[in-house]
Design a protein around this ligand. Structure first.
Ligand code: ATP
Ligand code: ATP
Ligand code: MG
Ligand code: MG
Lengths: 255, 255
């Protein structure tokens, strides 16, 4: 059984989905990879070309009705990458889960119930620390935290680390931080350099060497239902996600 | 009693806080304005120079302990703008509110319990449709929806409108859509123009004429604890928020 990485940060719009999808595509090229979309926005699902209102069984049924993982997983057009899609029903799961037994362990149990044969599992989280993200943090071995190179995104880092520490002490003692990923770095602004310096200074060994630049190609790819690897493999955005995949493998989380 | 505007969109990082703070500052210059921060990230609170971990009574106590609004509101350095700050305790309110009576009406009740004398109230929401955003939508007369000029942000618009419709039918029949605000428009990319065209075509009368450009000055201002009006009133970002304030007043929601 491979390892599981949750991509999480409660700050919105920092590149969680973009990272989960593109890292998933480059790791998929190396070995069987599963992407699980637990965000009710279902952006990872639509970024890979699936219409969230037309998917069959989804992560919702896995969490709420204990549907087995095998009944939810579907192939994508990206080599080696499979998807457990989100559906809009997930929006109600945030509240419905409150009353359910073992509410924080539903995803972990679904992944452990049967051997799934994926070398690595990546979970895309919504921008909040509700029960969906909590399920991902309990199911994960490690957390990858995208940090947008903006002032407001750094402000919230303390909260992210506090929540991870609380999960490690209570629900999932094995949870580690895979790394902080500097994202949407805009080489034209001093703000980006200041933020990058500040994050590296606070977390010297915890920050990936790879920095993802702001690149419009990355924001165009989802409208074609493709990862950047399939959309434009030679652009800067693609090369940096390939480099990130190499660093993730180096840290022992390859497929 | 003035009117209340909720700034909401479950998509993360689309400019909700930037809009709530800067619209608040320009409306404050016209008359007494209150900004309420119901996001546990407390970005609106820190954008105005307050440290979320050092604020006294906050929106949390207002929602959970029925503390009166007057005991929570504080002056800001922006002319005419007062703030009901968020604190990190709000993060637990999302779950605690589930078990509380009248859970969706707590904010509305706090605003109606005593005359507050503000000409307009603006509420900054977190990137989710949990009980905090629901409280804001029930307390509000209208919703302002920032729409980032990106593909993934448009995908989620349908969900936003569905939730607003559901709130209008159930909990708050008077709720209307004040308008969709095109934000972070990057004049260098065709994607921005495509998205703007698509949104205007779908919502001809519902989209503000003002379009907020991507401007690094806007993302610098929060690190100085200032609105764009106080930080750099002559930059493009500032002029467009001033123009937005004029449109909001024209639509009958001025202070
Ligand atoms: N490096 C980049 N360069 C340019 N655009 C980017 C980059 N990374 C992400 N984007 C775009 O920025 C927006 C936000 O990114 P994304 O949706 O991945 O963030 P998120 O953290 O998943 O958001 P949410 O909090 O809503 O889940 C998207 O429109 C995406 O296409
Ligand atoms: N027009 C703009 N030009 C450039 N940067 C902007 C603009 N508007 C917002 N930003 C920056 O983009 C980031 C996201 O904006 P903001 O935090 O206001 O979005 P939000 O919707 O409130 O996010 P969240 O979903 O986390 O609450 C912030 O770092 C902000 O400073
Ligand atoms: Mg996302
Ligand atoms: Mg915000």
């Amino acid at each position: 059984m491979g390892r599981t990485i949750a991509v999480a940060n409660q700050k919105g719009g920092v590149g969680k989905t973009t990272t989960a999808v593109n890292l998933g595509a480059y790791l998929g090229a190396l070995g069987r990879t599963l992407l699980i979309d637990v965000d009710p926005q279902a952006n990872a699902t639509s970024s890979l070309g699936f219409a969230p209102d037309q998917v069959g069984p989804s992560v919702y049924e896995m969490l709420m009705e204990s549907l087995p993982l095998g009944a939810v997983v579907t192939e994508t057009r990206e080599a080696g990458l499979s998807l457990a899609p989100a559906s809009q029903a997930l929006a109600s799961a945030q509240v419905e889960l409150v009353q359910v037994e073992n509410r924080e362990f539903r995803l972990r149990d679904a992944l452990q119930r049967e051997p799934h044969g994926f070398g690595v599992v990546i979970i895309d989280c919504p921008p909040s620390f509700g029960l969906l993200t909590l399920n991902a943090l309990v199911a994960a071995d490690a957390v990858l935290i995208p940090v947008q190179c903006e002032y407001l995104a750094v402000e919230g880092l303390g909260q992210v680390l506090e929540v991870i520490e609380a999960v490690r002490e209570g629900l999932n003692p094995r949870l580690e931080i895979l790394g902080l990923l500097l994202a949407m770095h805009d080489g034209r602004t001093t703000l980006s350099f200041q933020v990058a310096e500040q994050v590296r200074a606070h977390f010297p060994s915890g920050t990936f060497r790879t920095v993802i630049p702001r690149s419009v190609r990355l924001s165009e790819a989802p409208s074609h239902g493709k990862s950047i690897r399939a959309y434009d493999a030679r652009c800067r955005g693609a090369l940096t996600y390939a480099a990130l995949a190499a660093e993730v493998v180096h840290r022992g989380y390859g497929p």
